[in-house]
Design a protein around this ligand. Structure first.
Ligand code: JET
Length: 230
């Protein structure tokens, strides 16, 4: 089996990750040794007695800024552990995180994910100790933790051995780059709403064509932007 993919997460709230990382497919990937997630508490790198990690902004204004010293010490420690992994800051100012981003991150020599809190991190840290900035979407979160979980969940699915055959085949199907076709399960009739007859026909070619048409129709209606290039 291929070596375990290592992700180190720098955060002020390591406990935030406990249940999401132990549950579902991510939990399985960790159990089976495909993925290793190291949670590092930035506060452990603060040297003063109050273990202070934030401070007021120069120039004034509301809120607090993450102090450089503990964060850079945590980043230096991470560099030593994962010398070739990109140091990625989760921030609304980053490049948009897309499926293609996720696929390419799975090809890196591990990841170092930095979760910002407060109004952000000191600009000098961003400029000199961060390789890349990623945004999971145009909204503001309380901190980068939820965004880091999105990245872990999505990247994990591209690691060799994580998805079973069934799930991999679904990913490669014609609907790649389009929205998914509608799914149904038993019962055949539910509170007066029936499953389309074609899905019960056993005619695989007709079913495939129907699904392709539904996926296309749904994509045209909801996300025409997905059909623009290609
Ligand atoms: C986010 C990521 O909100 C998001 O990330 C968390 C966050 C909140 C506040 C500040 C921050 O860092 C900013 C910074 O940039 C240099 O220091 C990050 C929304 N979409 N993707």
């Amino acid at each position: 089996m291929s070596q375990s993919f290592k992700i180190r997460i720098l955060t002020l709230f390591p406990e935030f990750f406990d249940s999401p990382l132990s549950t579902s497919l991510t939990g399985k990937a960790i159990e089976r040794g495909h993925l290793e997630v190291e949670l590092v508490d930035i506060r452990d790198f603060a040297t003063d007695k109050h273990r202070k990690c934030d401070d007021i902004p120069y120039g004034g204004g509301a809120g607090m800024v993450m102090k450089p010293e503990p964060l850079v010490a945590a980043l230096e420690d991470a560099r030593e552990a994962l010398p070739d992994a990109p140091r990625i800051l989760l921030t609304p100012q980053g490049e948009p995180f897309e499926q293609a981003t996720s696929v390419s991150l799975a090809d890196e020599a591990g990841l170092i994910l930095v979760c910002g809190r407060y109004e952000g991190i000191d600009e000098r840290v961003r400029q000199n100790w961060i390789d890349r900035e990623i945004s999971i979407g145009d909204y503001v979160l309380t901190g980068g933790e939820v965004a880091a979980l999105v990245v872990v969940d999505s990247v994990m699915r591209h690691l060799p051995g994580v998805l079973g055959n069934q799930e991999s085949v679904t990913e490669e199907s014609f609907s790649e780059g389009m929205l998914e076709y509608p799914q149904y399960t038993r019962p055949r009739s539910f509170r007066g709403h029936d499953v389309p007859d074609i899905l019960l026909s056993g005619h695989h070619e007709n079913i495939e064509n129907w699904r392709r048409e539904k996926a296309l129709q749904r994509t045209r209606e909801r996300r025409p932007d997905l059909l623009d290039d290609e």
